[in-house]
Design a protein. Structure first.
Ligand code: NIG
Ligand code: FE
Length: 411
């Protein structure tokens, strides 16, 4: 299988030498080739250049991309797309004035989704979830992290992991599974959180480790959920089974999860709607990617991550959808890129860097995904005709995607 794309108006994120992360000032630069061609064989980028340098190449499929932008597929490093049913009832309750915390305190929220998931067969859960994946692939996502966390029992968490494994086997997109070991405290453990944490550390983590599906571990570090001591206990238990942290921190309160994540070499710290100077200091000289989730801020009406503070301090930033039934029921990365510009005050170049190479970094795959570099995976978006790549965020909430190539296959 070989594909040649010619007359590309702008080919984005082109790097001769493999980059794996962009930080601070560098995020403002997006390396582009005007009037370019791109040649891929099987699942790999073989060659690219400007049309001036082009010499005829025989390919099985040739695409004339006149007037179109070609860029690496979106890398969505934070989702919860394996879930059962929806929470439209709670959505209306929130419109009518209840807060996310009010809903959770009545046994709704994550507990509501867990009940639904526990009562859903593995087959049905797979069918509901793969449909969401197919939907986001069509919108340009080529690599996606998927978390467990709606099980809240050993059996249901392992069921989620098996569903993610099956999705991974059945899709061309890259899937990064994460064990969201501690997402909420089940009703029956409300008065005995320690017992639940023991269940997580002594049973769930070892069993999940044995399945060998996921190599990341997540904890929702938040008031009313898991505090900083719980976080440390769970991350330490995860380390024993080679799980690297990717954690939910600073969504509604600052508990110190950023520094603790850095201390445990977290690959990413996600949400960060609240952020203090200590958090920024902790992230400097770390290998930890801060991840903003503007779809969650939009949907819940909570503050947007102060992304400028992070980038202006010389740090990297990734953006992701957080696609989940409670706080962000959309996996549209095009919208996320638009929201990052309009609300996080990222430039289009910063937003595209955050949604491609840095998103790939936040899944541990930026050596193979997220840029146009010889030898990297052939995952691309070919846009509808447009004048400039800036139209991608500018025309927010429209769909700029015309065709996609995933793993070298034109879909
Ligand atoms: O990332 N904050 C924790 N977890 C999800 C939401 C979970 C839910 O409400 O179902 C999030 O926002
Ligand atoms: Fe999340």
């Amino acid at each position: 299988m070989s594909i040649l794309i010619t007359n590309i108006k702008q080919l984005l994120q082109v790097h001769k030498h493999n980059v794996t992360i962009v930080k601070g000032e560098e995020m403002k630069k997006l390396s582009i080739l005007e009037n370019a061609y791109l040649y891929i064989e099987h699942d790999t980028i073989i060659e690219y250049g400007t049309m001036d340098e082009y010499h005829p190449i025989e390919a099985e499929t040739t695409i004339d991309a006149t007037g179109r932008i070609v860029l690496p597929s979106w890398c969505d490093s934070h989702t919860h797309i394996v879930y059962a049913g929806d929470r439209t009832g709670e959505y209306v309750d929130r419109i009518n004035g209840l807060s996310y915390a009010d809903i959770a305190s009545r046994g709704g929220g994550i507990l509501n989704s867990a009940k639904k998931l526990q009562n859903t067969s593995e087959e049905d859960l797979y069918n509901q979830s793969i449909k969401r994946l197919d939907e986001i692939i069509k919108m340009g996502t080529g690599a996606v992290e998927i978390k467990t966390g709606y099980g809240l029992t050993i059996d249901a968490e392992l069921k989620m992991l098996r569903v993610i494994k099956r999705i991974k086997q059945d899709t061309l997109a890259f899937i990064a599974p994460t064990l969201l070991a501690a997402h909420a405290i089940p009703e029956e453990y409300r008065k005995n959180k320690e017992e639940y944490i023991k269940l997580i550390t002594n049973e769930l983590i070892p069993k999940a480790g044995d399945l060998n599906i996921s190599h990341f571990i997540d904890v929702f570090c938040e008031e009313g959920y898991f505090d900083i001591e719980d976080l440390e206990t769970i991350l330490k238990a995860g380390q024993v089974h080679n799980f690297r942290p990717k954690i939910h921190v600073n969504q509604f309160n600052i508990l110190g999860g950023v520094a603790l994540g850095v201390k445990h070499n977290a690959l990413s710290v996600d949400h960060l709607e609240l952020l203090n100077d200590g958090d920024i200091e902790a992230l400097k000289d770390s290998n930890t990617m801060p991840v903003a989730l503007p779809g969650c801020s939009f949907f819940l009406g909570i503050p947007y991550t102060p992304a400028r503070k992070l980038i202006d301090a010389g740090l990297p930033l990734a953006i992701a959808t957080d696609y989940n039934p409670g706080s962000a029921p959309s996996g549209n990365m095009n919208f996320i890129v638009g929201a990052a510009c309009a609300k996080l005050k990222l430039t289009p170049e910063e937003a595209i860097n955050a949604a491609t190479i840095n998103g790939a970094y936040a899944m541990g795959i930026s050596n193979m995904y997220g840029s146009v570099t010889r030898g990297k995976k052939a995952n691309f978006i070919i846009t509808k005709p447009m004048n400039h790549y800036r139209e991608i965020p500018y025309s927010f909430a429209h769909n700029p995607v015309d065709q996609i190539i995933i793993n070298g296959q034109l879909l």
